[in-house]
Design a protein around this ligand. Structure first.
Ligand code: TYD
Ligand code: MG
Length: 448
């Protein structure tokens, strides 16, 4: 008989404690602890790993085949297609388009003559088929299964022997042996582990959908990150109709890749050239606007950073930003005050990355500084100039990685001039590059 005891799990990161705690010591989330029964010593009988070690040199060199979806951006994210026998996780907020995308992926695979089993635990078969019809999907090889009990799903998988299984969503699947509710950390982890075994033993690919919720009622997909082979997150706010998909873990490819999709009538459409999308609504000649090439994964994207500087009405000025780190903004404003001599302590500063992208790399520093200076002085930055550079505390402009690719994208989008760091200076045939050493120098060069 398995021994049971009570433990408290954090729904955000899965950390467990013997007692309740208000704040998770691991991920610092508040109010995320939920009580669950914990079963010990159950696993031994289930493990079916090869008993003897194999010499590395004796392992066959053949690469595991990949299933291509021919949704190019999705394949690229995965590193060239879905690896056979892999377990992947697609996370994102409800309503962002996870089911839509995976329905389109299922169709793309089924059209190649492979069998896809779509486990729609969240919606009924008729709801799912309605969605499929709306997307113009009808394939003989696409099978729908409305089931949430894991052992019944497993039976079907073993009977149907599909090439790809979609589980929509992992938070609704449960094992009846466990006493905790579907969506709890224990259930989510246990069912995902079982699905992992199912994928490896039968050599089928499984894609899990995981909801990211703020309420903390159900365990988030982060609980599974260590377990699965690939983790993809869907982001982007629902106000904008495009979505970013980001790879945060990939055992068979590189991480930090992103792909951009646009949600429309016929489902999600891939956007092969995101720069065009992000610069589409730009008003040329606005003060406070600067174009910056940022690199996400292997691809450079041009984005517009906008700043607005106004006199403050309160004793403490307000500093707000969207799409970049607020600490980074505070640091850049301090550099502008101290090194360039701007007075910002009595000004409200708002900075945002147009279009809702989130940028974490410091290569956008100089662009942010110039956008703030531009709004402060009400002088425009030449709309055909792009700006690249990290800014140090001393006001020095530091080199950035992958300068050449950034310049190439700027050329592609028709820009004529680039302010770049002097360190690592590059000449380019199709775009005038100006090397900058200090922030003051860049400000002079831009606003003269
Ligand atoms: P969905 O895939 O159901 O989201 P998730 O599975 O992540 O919860 O997508 C939901 C949203 O997408 C919904 O608000 C409607 C919208 N949508 C479209 O705009 N066009 C479409 O063709 C489809 C199928 C959905
Ligand atoms: Mg859904």
């Amino acid at each position: 008989m398995a021994k049971t005891k009570t433990v408290w799990h954090c729904n955000e990161c899965g950390h467990s404690e013997p007692k309740w705690a208000g704040q998770c010591p691991s991920c610092k989330e508040w109010n995320s602890f939920h009580e669950e029964m914990h079963f010990e010593a159950r696993f031994e009988s289930q493990l079916k790993l090869p008993a003897a070690p194999i010499r590395l040199t004796e392992v066959s060199e053949e690469e595991t085949p990949r299933m291509q979806t021919h949704i190019k951006e999705f394949d690229r994210l995965l590193g060239g297609g879905l690896m056979q026998g892999s377990l992947s996780l697609v996370g994102g907020e409800p309503g962002i388009g996870k089911s839509t995308l995976l329905m389109q992926v299922s169709n793309a695979i089924a059209r190649q003559g492979l069998v896809v089993l779509y486990v729609c635990g969240e919606e009924s078969v008729s709801q799912t088929s309605q969605r499929a019809r709306r997307l113009g999907i009808s394939s003989e090889n696409l099978l729908l299964l409305s089931e949430t009990n894991f052992s019944l799903i497993k039976k079907q998988v073993e009977k149907v022997k599909p090439d790809l299984v979609i589980v929509d969503s992992i938070q609704i699947i449960y094992k009846s042996e466990l006493s905790s509710a579907p969506g709890s950390v224990t259930q989510v982890r246990e069912t995902a582990t079982e699905l992992m075994h199912l994928a490896k033993q039968n050599d089928i690919s499984i894609l899990l959908i995981g909801h990211v919720t703020k309420s903390g009622e159900i365990a988030g997909p982060r609980v599974l990150e260590h377990l699965v082979d690939t983790v993809l997150y869907f982001e982007g706010d629902r106000q904008h109709n495009y979505r970013l998909m980001r790879v945060v873990k990939n055992r068979f490819g590189s991480t930090d890749e992103i792909a951009v999709f646009q949600m429309g009538e016929g489902g999600l459409k891939e956007i092969p050239n995101p720069s065009e999308l992000f610069l589409e609504e730009r008003m040329k000649g606005n003060a406070g606007s600067v174009i910056i090439p940022t690199v996400e994964g292997s691809r450079p994207i041009l984005i517009e950073v906008q700043a607005l500087v106004t006199d403050t009405a309160y004793s403490t000025p307000s500093r707000r930003c969207a799409g970049l780190d607020s600490n980074r903004l505070a640091l850049l404003l301090a550099v502008m005050e101290k090194r360039v001599g701007y007075q910002l302590h009595n000004r409200d500063v708002f900075v945002s990355v147009a279009g809702g992208m989130k940028i974490t790399e410091p290569a956008i520093d100089l662009g942010v500084v110039l956008a703030v200076a531009s709004s402060l002085m009400n002088l425009t930055v030449d709309p055909e100039t792009i700006v690249i550079g990290e800014v140090g505390l001393g006001g020095e402009i530091r080199s950035v990685p992958r300068l050449e690719e950034r310049l190439k994208e700027a050329v592609h989008m028709g820009f004529k001039k680039a302010l770049i760091p002097k360190k690592g200076y590059l000449e380019h045939k199709q775009i005038e590059t100006v090397g900058m050493e200090r922030v003051e120098e860049a400000i002079r060069a831009v606003f003269n």
